[in-house]
Design a protein around this ligand. Sequence first.
Ligand SMILES: *[C@@H]1O[C@H](CO)[C@@H](O)[C@H](O)[C@H]1NC(C)=O
Length: 439
Amino acid sequence: IKYNFCSLEAFYLTEPNEQKINALEKISINPHLCLCCCTFQTGRVDKNYPLVIGHSGPVLDIDWCPHDDNILASGSEDCTAMVWQIPDHALTRPLSEPIVVLEGHSKRVGIVTWHPTARNILLTAGSDNLIIIWNVGTGEPLISMDDHPDLIYSISWNRNGSLFCTTCKDRRLRVCDPRKRDVVAERLAPHEGIRPMRAIFTKDGNIFTTGFTRMSQRELGLWDPTNFEEPIALLELDTSNGVLLPYYDPDANMVYLCGKGDSSIRYFEITEEPPYVHYLNTFSSKEPQRGMGFMPKRGVDVTKCEIARLFKLLDKKCEPITMTVPRKSDLFQDDLYPDTAGPEPAMEPEEWLDGRNEDPILVSLKEGYVPPKSRELKVSKKNVLDSRPTTRRSMSTCDTNSLPRLLEELQNLKATVLSQEKRICDLENKLSQYTNGTA
Ligand SMILES: *[C@@H]1O[C@H](CO)[C@@H](O)[C@H](O)[C@H]1NC(C)=O
C-alpha cells in the first residue's frame, strides 16, 4: 500500500513509516489506487518524494472523486481549489500541473467535497463563508451561496445530492438546497456546547450529528430535517474533548465514530425503531489517532468478509483497520453485501443543475472490486484547457509542456491577423474604387 500525503504546500507519496507527520488533519481514500491522502499543517517535507505541487499555500482538504479513482480535488490556503489526475501507479515524478484551478474564493478553501451522483460537480467552502459549486469539466462556478455568517465546520451531501447539510461556527445546523440557493431548514444549537459540531446525512434523509453539551460532554444526535424541533435521538457519550468524526456506511446503515485523540472506534447502527442510534461495539487499539479515513465500500475484500476498512492516522504512520465478520464459509455472503454505490455517475452536471436527482448507481460486490471502466478524466480538457483564453495559464505558470502549444497558437493568431489585414486592405481598395467609380 502506498500512501499519498499532503504537506505544507504539496502532497507526496511515501511509505507510512518513512515520514514524520505532524498535525494530520484529513485523509481521503480510494480503493483503486489504494492511496490515502492526508493533509497536515506542519512537518518536514522530504524533498526526495515526488510531490503534487501546485498550491502556493497549505493544503487544507482533499477528496477523491467518487466517479473516477484517479481524480483528486484539493483546497488550499492559497484561496483556490485544484483538481488533479493522479496516474495509475502512483507518482514517479512530481506532478505540478493540475487539470483545473478553481478560483472564486477570497479566503482559504477549507472544504472540498464531490457531489455523490452527478459527474464533475464539486462543492468548495472557504473562510470567506462562501459555498461555491463548480462544474470542473468546464471550470465554471455554477452556484454560489453566502448564507453562512461564520466559518463552516462541515458539509455533507444527501444520498441523491439534492441537498447538503452544514455545521457552522454560529452553532447552527443548516440544510441547504443549492439549486434554490437557499437554506431550507435550520436548527440552532443541536448540541448546546460551543465546540465544533459535525453533521452527516443518512440514506433515509435524516441527519446524524456529533457535538458537545454545555458541560462539555460529547454527544450524538439524530434529527429529522422536516421537524428540527425535537431530536429523534440524543445521547451523551463521554467527557473526552476530541471532536467526533462520523463515517457512514449507507448499505449497513452504520456510523463509525472516531474521536480525534481517541484510540478507539465506536460503531453504531441507525435503526428505524428506538433506540434509533444503537450502540454496537468498540474497536480498541493502543495509540491515539490523529485522524481517520474511510474507504468507499466498493473496495472491501469480500473474500475475507470485510465490511469496512478504515485508515487510522498516527503520529508517524497510517494504519489500515479492517472490520470483518467472522464466517466459516468461503462463499459470497449476500446478506453482508447489499449492492453498493458504484463508480458510474448517475447524471450529467447539466441534468443536476436543471433539477434532476438520482440515487447512486449500485453495483454488486459479488465479483469483488472492479475499477471504474473509464479512468480517463471526464473533465473536458477541450473546455478547460483549449477553448479558454490562454492568457491566465500562460502568465501564471512556466509550464514547459504547454509552451509549444502556446507558440503554435500564437503563430496561428499571427496568421489570422495577417490574413484579416490583407482582407481589410483589399476591401478598402475595392471600396475606394467603388466610391471613385460612382463619384
Ligand atoms: C432525493 O432526496 C430527497 C431528500 O431525501 C427526497 O425528498 C427526494 O424525493 C429524492 N429524489 C429522488 C428523485 O430520489
